[in-house]
Design a protein around this ligand. Sequence first.
Ligand code: DQA
Length: 149
Amino acid sequence: MTKPDVRILVLHGPNLNLLGTREPGVYGTTTLKGINQSLMALASEFSLELRILQTNSEGAMVDAIQGAMADCQGILINPAAYTHTSVAIRDAIAAVALPAVEVHLSNVHAREPFRSHSYIAPVAVGQICGFGAISYLLGLRALAERLGK
Ligand code: DQA
């Protein structure tokens, strides 16, 4: 196994710490720990290092994105509810100019109308949604491809 030379910030937004028990009919039963374990297994296949953070705070998400500028090459982000509200997170992604992939467990376009608008999508490489925990793995694959891994 070669030493990882590319680091990705994996950022989980508010309420995603409750995955497993949170509205399982919408978000499935996989826990955040389970998602992170699958991501780490896939990352090692691509020789990627992951920095994983979950926070319920918008400011902490902005800080993490700004921090990624120093030592990460890409961002995998589920902004959760902030997807639909946060100009600050969108601006942070635009500011650091790192490739970012937006992921959602649920199909945000098939739910309440307010969920189909994303402030993040215009500054992301792309958006993947609707595949449950697999959305994250598809997103990491897409980012790996974008980063030439
Ligand atoms: C979510 C979708 C958002 O609309 C919601 O606020 C979430 C989770 C998803 O992964 O499906 O918290 O980002």
